[in-house]
Design a protein around this ligand. Structure first.
Ligand code: ADP
Ligand code: MG
Length: 342
């Protein structure tokens, strides 16, 4: 049971949802997956349990990722999922209602923002606020976003890569790219199909990416390999092949190149004074996708700037939402977070 003044921060990501509770830290981290009964539309399972069903459901149940492309593709389901996670993290009944700060993917529209706020209020929030992803990521990575000095944050999630230059608490220039961990996985699926005539699932592709994938071939992974199972497209039978790290590098080259190109584009748009600050402070990377092996090295080489992966990169946004609540007055008086409450 939560007491008066409790603050909850939620990272509503396309791949996973994290819930931060003031005084407790991150209490929940589950995939953004919902399993639904096809006929009735009833929710069958949410989170980890639903994820295990992805690609394995019987006819009557479908497992979906409602935020997949970095936008709320299905906001009814998103709302239900959000409510489920808030209840799970906090218990079904609040003694006093908490304040909730939700970080939403950058592609979310005004209508969807309203739906997210509404869902938080219906789940028991006293007040619900929204924060933009780059700001939450920067706060969580420990950057001082209110100072008059530029910083660059790259957040790579499941659906999108968001690149932003921040100064005085605002976003000076940014780009959101529909390339993230999912596109990395899809690129591996395509490569294996082309090279081996083998169809593998997205979860197998993700495993390859995390265990042996790399964005930079000379970064100590060149001799690793992994056995992977799939279905042979010629015989139709299950088959195992051994995939090497260098092959994963080739498979990943195209989406990785898109991220590098977008980072350069934002740097080109950055005003000179702020660019000078970024040269000193470097670029900070957050989000699960930024953990792709060698991506930091590649970006360092391509931009000539210092690049750091934030400590606890996967939790940065959730931690940032918590931090935003603890400094809400400052953020509201400087207009960074809207005072409008519905
Ligand atoms: P979102 O904010 O969209 O929910 P996350 O920040 O949780 O996304 O990142 C999820 C993505 O990060 C997934 O595509 C996942 O495969 C990828 N990921 C997680 N760990 C690693 C790793 N060690 N190497 C490469 N990719 C990773
Ligand atoms: Mg995220």
């Amino acid at each position: 049971m939560l007491g008066w003044g409790t603050d909850i921060g939620i990272d509503l990501g396309t791949a996973s949802v994290l819930v931060y509770v003031k005084g407790k830290g991150i209490v929940l981290n589950e995939p953004s997956v919902v399993a639904i009964e096809r006929d009735t539309g009833q929710i069958f399972a949410v989170g980890e349990e639903a994820r295990r069903m992805l690609g394995r459901t019987p006819g009557n149940i479908i497992a979906i990722r409602p935020l997949r492309e970095g936008v709320i593709a299905d906001y009814d389901t998103t709302e239900k999922m959000l409510r489920y996670f808030i209840n799970k993290a906090c218990g079904r009944r609040f003694f006093f209602k908490p304040r909730v700060m939700v970080c939403i993917p950058s592609g979310v529209t005004g209508v969807e923002e309203r739906a997210v706020r509404q869902a938080a209020l219906q789940a028991g929030a006293r007040q619900a606020y929204l924060i933009e992803e780059p700001l939450a990521a920067a706060l969580g990575a420990g950057l001082d976003i209110s100072e008059a000095s530029g910083s660059m944050v790259i957040d790579i999630g499941g659906g999108t890569a968001d690149i932003a230059v921040l100064s005085l608490g605002g976003i000076v220039c940014s780009k959101s790219l529909r390339v993230g961990g999912d596109k990395f996985d899809e690129a591996i699926v395509r490569y294996i199909r082309r090279e081996y005539n083998l169809m593998i699932g997205e979860r197998s592709a993700e495993e390859l990416k995390i265990k042996i994938g790399t964005a930079y071939p000379l970064a100590k992974r060149e001799n690793t390999s992994l056995e992977i199972r799939g279905r042979d497209l010629v015989s139709g039978l299950p088959k195992t092949v051994t995939v090497t790290s260098v092959e994963c590098y080739e498979a990943l080259a195209e989406p990785v190149e898109a991220v590098v190109g977008a980072v350069k584009e934002v740097l080109e748009k950055t005003p000179p004074e702020l660019a000078a600050d970024i040269i000193n402070k470097g670029i900070v990377m957050t989000g699960g996708g930024s953990l792709l092996h060698g991506l930091d090295i590649l970006l360092r080489e391509e931009t000539g700037l210092p690049v750091h992966v934030a400590e606890d990169a996967i939790s940065c946004v959730a931690l940032g939402t918590g931090k935003a609540l603890s400094m809400l007055n400052v953020l509201q008086s400087s207009g960074i977070i809207s005072k409008k409450v519905i």
